[in-house]
Design a protein around this ligand. Structure first.
Ligand SMILES: Cc1ncc(C[n+]2csc(CCOP(=O)(O)OP(=O)(O)O)c2C)c(N)n1
Length: 628
């Protein structure tokens, strides 16, 4: 018998099924996701937890006319499969394949693009406003996790939605987990409440009593005002949302399809802002993912039976690990060091600090803006905050870096992991704008290490610097595996290092591109070219002394960066050359062109962008030839 899932090519096919068949669809969908993601890797737990929710939403609502706006988008794999992308699903996150997040250009069912958290309610309210202005009539739903609810933007949007009173549904998908344990003050409250037997008994009574949902709000209030303290508990989960102008429904079991369908059908025709609180289990239906929600949030290919990764592990530590270990070493010596993460303790390597100095580790939730100003506050009191945030997510906190940190010249250290091309997560996650947004800020020091030892030394230098904000930017990859068992060394701020002396051309490089440039130099030497290679180390301040020497000895410079060619490291070199009036020098800036780069593996993308050794060598060769 053909599986039900194989017959579903759009939500219309789902709607043609009997409600009693949907449980089978859910089972098949889960199996399909586990099977495919075990081969390709990707986000696992969130999607498994949202299977029934997705089915119920597409069953009840008239998508794509009705709009589903998924927050982050990592939980939208079931949505992708049910909306015509089942047969391409095995290509997810691979070059040329489906995106791992939501993308308007990928499907008309992806009403709004995502990848970063806490944006869905704002986008949904914008769409709802457009609908009303155009005199249209369709439903708009934002599906938001409890992790995403730790981001301030979610409240900014709810506040505005509550005042605008437009028809808008927020489905609050509460699995009590972010990637790590969620840092949401209300989580404990909801968890205790939902687990409370008297609450559950009262709740089912209330559901029976209240009957029709369109009068639920008023009737619950009437009931609650009449009865004892106990029943008041029933309405309290909604108080937060009700105060913001939302009518609250829930909490309901987000794995119970009939219950989900019932509530969605009933709220569909209600007006005003509505919040449906569904309680789900991250990784639902797959034991390893249920048992270790954090580890199986995002996975590399794995063994379906054990849940263990099948990826061959090499022993080289990642830059993240090197950073995490170095920070612990430094924190042992300096009690003022405090590590701050925005919901990514493992991803940033701060979990190491958390284990050893839990008091000096703070996870602020998905709240990058708050993280930065919070760090600024700490820095005013002589603490040394190390704010470890992925380059792409720090984009959010630009004003906080400017206004709260730099303007007051506070000693805050920014550790930007995932600088440069990040691979499978694609354009929402590439960290290719950071040099530009950081170096434009007065007083900011911006550095990027060529290898693991330099990363350690940069962190050490940043701790000792004590004269204002410092940013260190490093890539997602593993290091070279070099021994880092060496004492820390303080670097001179703004001092470059010439790693190869030549005469035909100067290749000025930064960060992970220094090695690629050295690789290019090797290829060029084989063809009798003789390039100079410089590890500039600092995007700000630029080493003008070294640059002056380079300009005197070379006629051509090429700058290489794993960053947008516009406004970054190469631009800093050009500005410096222009300011100092260095003469008779031709400069080519090579980085990422003025376009968003899709997903693929890091080596594939570097190759495509001519940021690998071969690509750099070919550019250099052409330059030398045309300048002869
Ligand atoms: C601005 C921003 N910071 C950090 C992240 C990394 N991130 C991706 S998913 C996630 C957890 C989201 O938790 P939740 O909304 O509860 O969804 P769940 O995975 O539990 O379904 C985080 C922190 C992000 N996508 N965007």
């Amino acid at each position: 018998m053909p599986s039900l899932l194989s017959e579903i090519n759009s939500p219309d096919d789902l709607k043609n099924l009997e409600q009693s068949q949907l449980k089978t669809v859910a089972d098949e969908l889960r199996e399909f996701i586990i099977d495919k993601i075990s081969q390709s890797g990707g986000h696992l737990g969130a999607g498994l937890g949202a299977v029934e929710l997705t089915i119920a939403l597409h069953y009840v609502f008239n998508t794509p006319v009705d709009k589903l706006i998924w927050d982050v988008g990592h939980q939208a794999y079931p949505h992708k499969i049910l909306t015509g992308r089942r047969d391409q699903f095995h290509t997810i996150r691979q070059g040329g394949g489906l995106s791992g997040f939501l993308k308007r250009s990928e499907s008309e069912y992806d009403a709004f693009g995502a990848g970063h958290a806490s944006t869905a309610i704002s986008a949904a309210l914008g769409i709802a406003t457009a609908r009303d202005l155009a005199g249209d009539n369709y439903s708009v739903l934002a599906i938001v996790g409890d992790g995403a609810m730790t981001g301030g933007m979610a409240y900014e949007a709810m506040n505005n939605a509550g005042l605008q009173k437009r028809n808008l549904v927020v489905v609050f998908n509460d699995n009590n987990m972010s990637i790590a344990q969620n840092k949401w003050a209300f989580s404990n409250y909801f968890t205790e409440l939902i687990a409370n037997p008297s609450y559950n008994k009262l709740k089912s009574n209330v559901w029976e009593i209240t009957g029709k949902l369109d009068s639920l709000g008023d009737r619950i209030r009437r009931i609650a005002s009449r009865v004892e303290e106990g029943i008041k508990v029933v309405i309290t989960p909604g108080i937060l949302f009700e105060a913001l102008g939302f009518r609250y429904f829930g909490p309901i079991n987000g794995h119970n399809i009939p219950q989900l369908i019932k509530i969605f059908k009933e709220i569909k025709n209600l007006s005003g802002p509505i919040l449906v609180h569904t309680v789900t289990r991250k990784g639902k239906g797959y034991k390893p993912a249920e048992e270790d929600e954090q580890a199986l949030h995002g996975v590399t290919p794995f063994d379906k039976v054990t849940g263990q990764s099948t990826k061959k592990t090499t022993s080289n530590p990642t830059y993240t690990e090197v950073f995490g270990n170095a920070l612990v070493e430094l924190a042992k010596e300096n009690q003022n060091i405090v590590g701050i993460t925005a919901a990514m303790p493992d991803g940033t390597g701060l979990d190491k600090l958390q284990k050893i100095f839990p008091n000096r580790f703070i996870d602020v939730g998905i709240a990058e803006q708050h993280a930065v100003t919070f760090a600024a506050g700490l820095a005013t009191q002589t603490f040394i905050p190390v704010v470890a945030i992925y380059s792409t997510f720090l984009q959010r906190a630009f004003d906080q870096i400017v206004h709260d940190v730099a303007l007051q010249n506070l000693h805050v250290i920014f550790a930007l992991d995932r600088g440069g091309i990040v691979g499978a997560d694609g354009p929402t996650h590439h960290g290719v704008l950071d040099f530009a947004y950081l170096r434009s800020i007065p007083g900011m020091v911006v550095m990027s290490p060529k290898d693991e030892i330099e990363l350690r030394n940069m962190l050490y230098t940043a701790v000792k610097y004590n004269s204002g904000p410092v940013a260190i930017r490093y890539p997602r990859t593993q290091g070279s595996g070099m021994s880092v068992d060496k004492p820390f060394q303080k670097l001179e701020i703004g001092k470059a290092e010439i790693v190869r002396h030549g005469k035909d051309i100067a290749i000025l490089s930064i960060g992970n591109m220094v090695n690629h440039s050295l690789g290019a130099a090797e290829l060029l030497i084989q063809e009798s070219f003789d390039p100079t290679v410089v590890n500039m180390r600092f995007v700000k301040p630029i080493d003008e002394k070294t640059l002056s020497d380079i300009c005197k000895k070379h006629k051509i410079i090429i700058t290489i960066e794993d960053h947008s060619a516009s406004g970054g490291f190469g631009s800093a070199i050009l500005e410096s050359i222009s300011k100092n009036n260095f003469k008779d020098i031709s400069v080519v800036v090579h980085g990422i062109p003025d376009t968003f780069i899709e997903h693929g593996t890091i080596p594939e993308l570097h190759k495509q962008l001519k940021l690998d050794a071969k690509g750099i060598a070919s550019l250099v060769k052409d330059l030398i030839k045309t300048n002869r």
